[in-house]
Design a binder for this molecule. Structure first.
Ligand code: ATP
Ligand code: MG
Length: 574
């Protein structure tokens, strides 16, 4: 149960709506029980009165008015309760989603890289939805039930102590035992159901996302079968669930029937020591109606297993500590954007071998450095350390003389423009995809930048409104890369990090982009990862990385004269 604590704490903010919901539920319950109880008494009392002298004096107006009042009260109460409690739970869910998201965001990418996208989506949607059961299905019915039992017991005791205590005792026993019984019964199935639901979504999304590839390799059927297998398991869980639900209702009715027989037997000789009279009918109807307050909890507790599993799945995320923590206050720095790596060592996990070791690198402000190295040598990782995608296990990285840990997140993002190796296109218009880099840019600026990276073609109708991403216009690899470059140009930060920006572009476009860079590099500190040995003589320095270590650093001229690895590379590629 402790797993639910972080979520229960969120209830505090909505206490008013949630409590009002319960008060209205209680009022509805009383109206409902009152209606049946009073009607039972009224009908039999009228019948008895009609047969006796009392027909002259029997006041049927007052009970009649109460019956009507209870009926209206029950309808109005139920309506009010639904509106108030659902409103409160929706608000609660909104808060929950925001709360979960705010905990999730700092964990990306380090802590959640082990969780699949589909699984994360499932946690964000289904598992959070399961949390609203806690109030609607568990807490509210139990509290309302407890108050209802006390009220009803007092009411019946007023007429007859034995009957009141018997009925109250049975109801209380049910209220305490039913949840435990059905929680235990449904626990395992509920746990499996939550896991299988997640599995079903994961397999479906896998199949959907990889459909083209799977079809091409003839592997589509296997993945489709995995969906069916997951679906079968889920259906089986739901089937068991429905059975438990039915069982809970059936057993409750059975107990209700036996209790009714008991109460009638106890009251057969008269209620409260009086000779038999219409109060017997009232007691019988009160007993029948009283089980209404147990109805909501009959099958609800079999869902507790599901809810707890969901809570645990959410806790895996929200209780994780982020690997990277940004300073809350911006740092004071010189404004001269130098970059220094000092004895940096980094491994992706504690178990794996370091990807970067002994990195010592000093880049002066406005210096332009090319980074070369074989694939997998750690170039992109080096850049990701600068953006604090990850933090190094050892050593320190400084920008403008200040350790990265002292920079606030927005300050660091302002200072760095990145063209990453894999450019992500968001599901949105072309305009949205560019504005993320500079939200205040005008359409004219956007068009200008697009033209400068050679994407005039995208400006044809519908132009900046063109929908990109899933369900929109698909872009070629080269076009995506140019969108990435356009974003970096728009962002226009003093430090520019480029991860193979011209990969996948033809020679002519590459020249065009390089010329554009030359224009933009001016006055900026630049780190330029490339596999292509073009224009390197124009860079201030070249840094050669091999297997996670810097093996050569110097200008094109120096390294060529040194006749080391760089020289060999230029020779083999010429
Ligand atoms: P390329 O030229 O192919 O882009 P790179 O020099 O940029 O290569 P990195 O992407 O930095 O290479 O990767 C360095 C090493 O770290 C590789 O062996 C890679 O498999 C590993 N690696 C990269 N990202 C991760 C990750 N998220 N988790 C674990 N290992 C990773
Ligand atoms: Mg790379």
């Amino acid at each position: 149960m402790r797993d639910l604590l972080p979520y229960l704490k969120l209830y505090r903010k909505h206490w008013f709506g949630l409590t009002l919901g319960m008060v209205l539920a209680l009022a509805t319950l009383f109206a409902s029980i009152g209606l049946l109880t009073l009607s039972g008494w009224f009908l039999s009392a009228s019948a008895v009165a009609a047969l006796t002298i009392a027909r002259e004096t029997f006041n049927y107006m007052l009970p009649g008015a109460f019956v009507r009042g209870f009926a209206i009260g029950r309808t109005a109460g139920r309506w009010g309760e639904r509106v108030v409690s659902h409103n409160a739970t929706f608000k609660l869910l909104t808060d929950l989603r925001i709360f979960f998201f705010s905990k999730l965001a700092p964990l990306i990418p380090g802590r959640v890289s082990g969780i699949r996208d589909a699984d994360l989506l499932n946690r964000l949607i289904a598992d959070i939805d399961a949390m609203d059961h806690v109030y609607l299905r568990l807490i509210s019915p139990i509290i309302v039930g407890a108050f209802g039992i006390v009220g009803l017991t007092v009411f019946v005791c007023w007429f007859d102590m034995t009957l009141g205590l018997t009925l109250g005792g049975i109801l209380l026993l049910m209220l305490l035992s039913w949840p435990v019984l059905f929680y235990k019964l449904g626990k395992r199935n509920g746990h499996d159901l939550t896991q299988n639901k997640a599995q079903f979504r994961i397999t479906t999304l896998d199949w959907l996302q990889g459909h083209t590839e799977l079809t091409l390799f003839g592997a589509e059927k296997g993945y489709r079968d995995a969906i069916f297998a997951a679906q079968d398991k889920l259906l089986q869980n739901q089937y068991v669930n429905a059975h438990f639900g039915g069982l809970a209702q059936a057993l409750l009715l059975l107990v209700n029937g036996w209790t009714l027989a008991l109460i009638m037997w106890l009251s057969a000789d008269g209620v409260g020591g009086h000779p038999p009279d219409p109060f017997i009918a009232m007691m019988a109807f009160a007993t029948m109606a009283s089980f209404e307050l147990l109805m909501p909890i009959a099958g609800a507790f079999q869902y507790l297993g599901q809810t707890l599993t969901s809570a645990r799945r959410l806790n895996e995320v929200i209780l994780s500590e982020p690997d990277v923590r940004f300073s809350q206050t911006p740092t004071e720095h010189s404004g001269e954007y130098s970059i220094e790596f000092e004895q940096v060592e980094f491994a992706y996990s504690d178990e794996s071998a370091p990807v970067l070791t002994n990195i010592d690198l000093a880049i002066a402000p406005k210096q332009q450095v090319a980074i070369l190295g074989q694939t997998g040598s750690g170039k992109s990782t080096l850049m990701q350390l600068l953006t604090r995608y990850w933090d190094p296990q050892q050593g320190q990285i400084r920008i403008a003389g200040k350790p990265l840990t002292e920079w606030s997140e927005s300050q660091l993002r302002q200072a760095i423009s990145v063209v990453s190796q894999r450019v992500d296109i968001l599901n949105g218009s072309l305009r949205d995809n560019l504005l993320m880099a500079r939200p205040d840019a005008s359409d004219d600026t956007l068009s200008e930048v697009l033209a400068s990276v050679g994407l005039e073609k995208l400006l044809d109708k519908p132009g900046l409104d063109t929908w990109l991403g899933d369900g929109g216009r698909q872009l070629s690899g080269g076009e995506k890369r140019r969108i990435g470059i356009a974003r970096a140009l728009l962002h226009n930060a003093p430090i520019l990090l480029l991860d193979e920006p011209t990969e996948g572009l033809d020679k002519q476009t590459e020249q065009q982009i390089m010329a554009l860079f030359e224009q933009h590099f001016v006055g900026k500190t630049v780190l330029f990862i490339t596999h292509r040995l073009v224009n390197l003589e124009k860079m201030d320095a070249i840094c050669l990385i091999e297997q996670g270590e810097i093996v050569e650093f110097g200008s094109h001229q120096q390294l060529t004269e040194q006749r080391g690895r760089y020289f060999e590379l230029t020779q083999t590629l010429v």
